[in-house]
Design a protein around this ligand. Sequence first.
Ligand code: 3HC
Length: 313
Amino acid sequence: MENTAELEKKFQERIDHGEVIEPKDWMPERYRKQLIRMMSQHAHSEIVGMLPEGNWITRAPSLRRKVVLLAKVQDEAGHGLYIYSGTETLGVSREEIVGELLSGKAKYSSIFNYPTLTWADMGAIGWLVDGAAIVNQTALAKCSYGPYARAMVRICKEENFHHKQGYEILATLMRGNEAQKNMAQDAVNRWWWPSVMMLGPSDKDSPNTAELMRWRVKLHTNDELRQRFIDRSVPQAENIGIKIPDDKLKLNPETKHYDFGEVNWEEFWNVVKGNGPCNRERMKARRDADERGKWVREAAEAHREKKEKKIAA
Ligand code: 3HC
């Protein structure tokens, strides 16, 4: 019988050879716990992320915009269910992981704790928030845990539609009148820095990155993903005449990357700790929805038990 040290050595060799770890494979308990933490928080973020945009479904300026936004919000629900199911392959129940969110123990992405004040916010979220998510999730689609990587493949395809529809909303507004242009610029002014922060704290302040990189759960560090997101977004902003609210932003001729200004990490940690503009509202909405949905879960459970009894009889 191999001891734990031998098993861990073999596991690391599999990771280093680029092998994919499946649910039934041996894995270090810490690897399993890290995946449960990261995947469940990702799933929470998808579901909570429906709230800011859901606020504008009934206010969309045209039927076409309403249909597109409905499709996007519905996709996010699907992404959440996908990733919750992926998390369950690690031996944890849906009730347990959702319970950790509702009790405040588990996190969800800081970005969803900001208010959506105008229709242009739908454009800024699609372009910036889904844009940052694509940068991150494209990497996760090659991560070492099979169910997570496979879930990302379909999710990234849908995120690309989300990103395009958001960018098109802003491009349309920027071809409009002064009021429309100002609305688009105001939305980007409010969503740019929270989107930059969404990719996590700087590497020096990230307790999980080193371990997650060693296990190829993360293929890039937070700062590498952030830089990729900024490099990709700046030319897109210039194409439609949007000004990025960072006067330190400058293409560095040596590195070919954009140098950018100081991130307000105090704001970031404040939001992560629950003191953002909408944290309480988001958590109340999730807890209320869970309460209102209780009878549905109980009915489904009763139906399952009845069916099982019938089969057993
Ligand atoms: N919001 C809230 N908490 C955050 C955060 C953020 N933006 N960034 C980091 N944190 C938390 C971490 O969860 C960790 O706390 P914990 O140990 O209690 O969980 C702590 O801050 C330290 O951060 P680390 O960098 O050490 O944490 P990670 O290594 O996990 O990196 C991450 C953070 C880059 C967000 C990583 O967890 C990740 O890539 N997660 C998967 C992708 C994801 O969750 N994206 C969220 C958005 S979903 C989305 O955008 C949906 C789309 O459809 C719009």
